[in-house]
Design a protein around this ligand. Structure first.
Ligand SMILES: Nc1ncnc2c1ncn2[C@@H]1O[C@H](COP(=O)(O)OP(=O)(O)O)[C@@H](O)[C@H]1O
Ligand SMILES: [Mg+2]
Length: 268
């Protein structure tokens, strides 16, 4: 299988008034086409920096980032991004927010076609009927749904999400996880998801990459073998022994990444 995202030996330091701050150290990440890589690691270890590198928003000091067999040197139109704060434009309707990337990437696409495309996604995430509302008229979870639609409306090769569900309550978050699977089933994309929620990483990820403390390197990679039949991921699966084992392994790795002694596993 070809790797759609290939991060090879990336090392980077920010130049600060106090001197260089090393953030990434010989980082290697491979994500096959159509797969979902969840990235977890201690706060401040360099996760958001990693997303900026993949999007081509900055260049690493050393190493290479490849997307679709092309070396990334400049910002990429074929990357979609979603963040913790959906940053929807209040003076535009939900519809007009979602079609924004199409106005940039496909300026000649007729308006009716843009709206059809946006409507298809809004329906898929349960927002049909809300297309003419303003962002402030929607709940946080609904805004995040709209933001997800906007991030994939132009069919990007890669979707990068930096803690997109971090600000939502637990129930809304679980709804959004299921929406992510529904979106993926309808329109396959390759994704990097930064999260600090280990359950989320296991539920959504095909692999979970644990980064070490700063400067971050790839400390551990878990291949997720989600329990259940036919590849469908059910939320209940998270409460099976197979998932508990994966979560315990990840928790231990996070403790190591934080420089703490792993705590003995507690039976739940
Ligand atoms: N533009 C910047 N200039 C200087 N330091 C930065 C810059 N961006 C991030 N940092 C620092 O680099 C480290 C890693 O940041 P970041 O990638 O945002 O970590 P994370 O997303 O894992 O919390 C942090 O210590 C942060 O303060
Ligand atoms: Mg961050």
């Amino acid at each position: 299988m070809t790797n759609l995202i290939e991060i090879k030996g990336v090392t980077h330091a920010y130049q600060t008034p106090d001197g260089p701050l090393p953030v990434l150290d010989n980082l290697n990440v491979s994500v096959p086409e159509g797969e979902f890589a969840a990235v977890v690691g201690p706060s401040g270890c360099g996760k958001s920096t990693l997303t900026r590198l993949v999007a081509g928003l900055m260049k690493p000091d050393e190493g290479e980032v490849w997307l679709h067999g092309e070396l990334v040197k400049t910002p990429r139109k074929t990357v979609g991004m979603a963040f913790q704060n959906p940053v929807l434009l209040e003076w535009r309707t939900i519809m007009d927010n979602v079609i924004l990337p199409l106005e940039i990437v496909a300026p000649t696409m007729p308006r009716a076609k843009r709206r059809d495309r946006a409507m298809e996604l809004l329906t898929l995430v349960g927002l049909d009927g809300f297309e003419d509302k303003r962002p402030s008229e929607l709940s946080g979870g609904m805004r995040q749904r709209a933001s997800l639609c906007r991030s994939i409306v132009h069919k990007p090769d890669v979707l990068i999400m930096d803690e997109p569900f971090g600000a939502l309550d637990a129930f809304t978050r679980e709804d959004l996880w299921q929406t992510m699977h529904a979106l993926r089933a309808k329109e396959p994309f390759t994704a990097v998801l930064i999260t600090h929620d280990l359950r989320e990483s296991v539920y959504l990820g095909d692999q979970v990459i644990v980064l070490s403390g700063r400067p971050a390197t790839t400390q551990y990679v878990l291949d997720v073998k989600y329990p259940g039949e036919g590849g469908e991921r059910k939320l209940e699966g998270l409460y099976t022994p197979a998932c508990s084992d994966m979560l315990a392994a990840l928790r231990e790795q996070i403790q190591i990444a934080q420089g703490r002694q792993p705590e003995p596993a507690v039976q739940s």
